[in-house]
Design a protein around this ligand. Structure first.
Ligand code: MN3
Length: 203
């Protein structure tokens, strides 16, 4: 089975005014679609064919740039669409909130640290909140389409929140103002979904 571009669970304009419809459409229909088809091309007829994307990334040969870039791009955007919602924003609750407070002191301190990870990523990349098996959470950033499932990349653990800081994620609306996009992103984070991913990552 080839990997398929997932359908969004909301309309392209559903995240406005925080993320504009045109950016969402190009991001999903062009960028994510491109990673998906190039990943399928890169794994066709290889040992990676038929594996889950998580399995491919966890056992990645990082010298294989086609699988690294397109497999990362495929996985990262799946997560990105899933953890955003028109009903997003606010703060996490429950166990995830406790883990964030334990690691960073408060939600506001976490937000500050996560925003810095995104703003400080030179060039294209991602900021992550990852969950370790013991329940601890950790922030990191990675370049290009790398992610912490890849061996020796970022903070390790399972990504439960991912923020795309490639210019294609924000440039139409925010131009060079990446920090404004990062602020806006917090208004669309679906913390219920992030919390569900956190509980699953600890299992
Ligand atoms: Mn992107």
């Amino acid at each position: 089975m080839a990997f398929e571009l997932p359908k969004l669970k909301y309309a392209f304009d559903a995240l406005e005014p925080h993320i504009d419809a045109r950016t969402m459409e190009i991001h999903h229909d062009k960028h994510h679609a491109g990673y998906t088809s190039k990943l399928n091309d890169a794994i066709a007829g290889t040992d990676n064919e038929g594996k889950t994307i998580e399995n491919i990334l966890e056992n990645l040969d990082k010298a294989n740039t086609a699988v690294r870039n397109n497999g990362g791009g495929y996985y990262n955007h799946n997560l990105y669409w899933e953890i955003m919602s028109p009903n997003g924003g606010g703060k996490p609750e429950g166990e995830l909130a406790k883990a964030i407070d334990a690691a960073y002191g408060s939600f506001d301190a976490f937000k500050d640290e996560f925003s810095k990870a995104g703003a400080g990523q030179f060039g294209s990349g991602w900021a992550w909140l990852c969950a370790h098996k013991d329940g601890k959470v950790e922030i990191c950033s990675t370049p290009n389409q790398d992610n912490p499932l890849m061996p020796g990349v970022g903070c390790g653990g399972t990504p439960v929140l991912g923020m795309d800081v490639w210019e294609h994620a924000y440039y139409l609306n925010y131009q060079n103002r990446r920090p404004d996009y990062i602020n806006a992103f917090f208004n669309v984070i679906d913390w219920k979904e992030v919390a569900a991913k956190y509980l699953k990552a600890k299992e």
